[in-house]
Ligand binder design. Structure first.
Ligand code: SF4
Ligand code: SF4
Length: 272
């Protein structure tokens, strides 16, 4: 049965801003009012967000495994009440993560009463260094696809079709790579992605503090609570003075080693 969609909602957990930009580009393909819901800060996740079947809800976050540790909190404040829902991820060089993350997003969204109607994965440049993955992405072609995705999803749910008929491709992944990834994650307390230093360039503007999704930064003492930190690098990417950097020169090498096992092209994927 056709369904009249009256509003588009963009819900994002976007530490470095890429997921927010992707959702806004997707929404530009739909000629409806748009409301945004930024769930990055702990305060934003203390509120309740209620939707219904006249809403079309897009959710996007980045492919970082520790982001999933916050899904109880992120999805806990969203109430679908039968609203059509679209799960979107941005990914740089850990392609297999997009499959894992979209499965988790689907599971959580259904639990919160949404009807998962489409899924999308869009390549964006790696937040540490573009050379580590997807340099120059999203490009103009990606952006056209984002708009097309929005338009197609809108047409689909307006026709009353709330079922995902396709599947995001599980890439021809190197099994050893995934196994090593999982073992690293199991012992993530020793994983250096979360260890950072703040240089003398810091002007104490607190931009990093305001964008940290877990209140892990003590800017007076220039320290990070690594038990809270999810390694999202919002602080690194948003610091106007580039005063925060990963601790240890080994991190870029680890990123390279950690990624790149999947030999398929970094392509946009959309399933309806
Ligand atoms: S964003 Fe950068 S300059 Fe501002 S307080 Fe944080 S580290 Fe210092
Ligand atoms: S301290 Fe950790 S969780 Fe907070 S913004 Fe930085 S990397 Fe993200």
């Amino acid at each position: 049965m056709p369904n009249e969609i009256k509003k588009v909602h963009l819900v994002y957990f976007s530490p470095s801003g890429s997921s927010e930009k992707v959702l806004k580009k997707i929404a530009s393909g739909i000629n409806l009012p748009v409301e945004t819901h930024d769930l990055l800060t702990p305060a934003s996740r203390q509120k309740e967000y209620n939707f219904d079947s006249s809403d079309l809800v897009f959710f996007c976050t980045m492919t970082a495994s520790l982001v999933m540790t916050k899904f109880d909190e992120i999805f806990g404040c969203l109430h679908g009440n039968g609203a059509p829902f679209v799960g979107v991820v941005t990914f740089s060089n850990t392609q297999f993560m997009k499959v894992i993350l979209l499965e988790e997003i689907t599971k959580y969204a259904e639990k919160q009463g949404f009807k998962v109607s489409a899924l999308g994965a869009f390549p964006t440049a790696h937040s540490l260094a573009a050379s580590l993955g997807n340099e120059g992405r999203p490009n103009a072609d990606d952006e056209k696809l984002m708009q097309e995705f929005g338009r197609k999803v809108y047409e689909k749910v307006s026709s009353g079709d709330y079922v995902v008929h396709g599947k995001i491709n599980a890439p021809e992944a190197d099994a050893d790579k995934i196994a090593s990834y999982r073992s690293v994650e199991d012992g993530h307390h020793v994983f250096p992605f979360r260890e950072k230093v703040i240089s003398d360039a810091c002007i104490k503007c607190k931009t990093c503090v305001r964008h940290c999704p877990v209140d892990a930064i003590d800017i007076e003492n220039k320290t990070f609570d690594l038990d809270k930190c999810i390694g999202c690098w919002a602080c690194i990417n948003r610091c106007p003075k580039h005063a925060i950097s990963p601790k240890g020169p080994e991190v870029p090498e680890l990123v390279k080693k950690f990624s790149g096992a999947v030999k398929v092209p970094f392509e946009v994927e959309m399933v309806f």
